[in-house]
Design a protein around this ligand. Sequence first.
Ligand SMILES: C[S@@+](CC[C@H](N)C(=O)[O-])C[C@H]1O[C@@H](n2cnc3c(N)ncnc32)[C@H](O)[C@@H]1O
Length: 221
Amino acid sequence: MDKKATWDRFYTESSSRTSTFKHFEWFFSFDAVRDFIMPLLQTKSHPDAPLQVLDIGCGTSAVGPCIYRHSPLPVRVTCVDISHIAVRLMQEHVRAKAVQPHNLSSQLEFVEPDCAQLHKCFSPSTVDLIVDKGTTDALLRSKEGTGKACLVLKQCLKVLRSSGSLLQFSDEDPDARLLWLETVVREQGVLAADVQVQEVGELRGISYYCYQVTPRPHSRG
Ligand SMILES: C[S@@+](CC[C@H](N)C(=O)[O-])C[C@H]1O[C@@H](n2cnc3c(N)ncnc32)[C@H](O)[C@@H]1O
């Protein structure tokens, strides 16, 4: 699940099963997590600029478009996925549906870089919120993806503002995920970030969690 070709095949096959576009949601949809996301978008970090939001490994999820649609403050939502099939499907869908934002200054875009190379597209300390629904889980579950998951987390810490947050939605148990997050964060620099967990809820007998990583100022690696 760390290979672009696997995901290209996945999105090609799931889109060929229906004649009209349908979002594919890993774990759950925006409604299950909106109360974790939207409160973090209530204060402008810069008076003249929109809040910068990333959905990393967005796939064909509606999370990015929903943030764009519902945020009262202007947001620039960048949905990033390594699969050009997912990116193309989403670009075509939002164009066809002409999704309207709550705030007319908001922007929505879909781009294709590898999240392990966010620094090529985003300057350090410029992003207010990063959402990761299932992407780190997919990387951590493949043998060769563990190193990439560490790189992705370190890149997120680099591009996040000190007032920003990374939210990872996951079904991984806190005993394992907190240890992994704290270890990678420590590698980035002593006390580089705070890590917290909240339970999202239980669905079909599985517990889901929201891991929130908040950088601390002056500790970037
Ligand atoms: C488990 S799916 C989650 C999709 C979506 N977030 C959702 O909630 O439905 C993981 C996604 O991460 C993408 N992905 C995997 N590795 C990536 C990487 N290195 N950079 C960007 N996207 C990646 C895959 O193409 C896939 O769409």
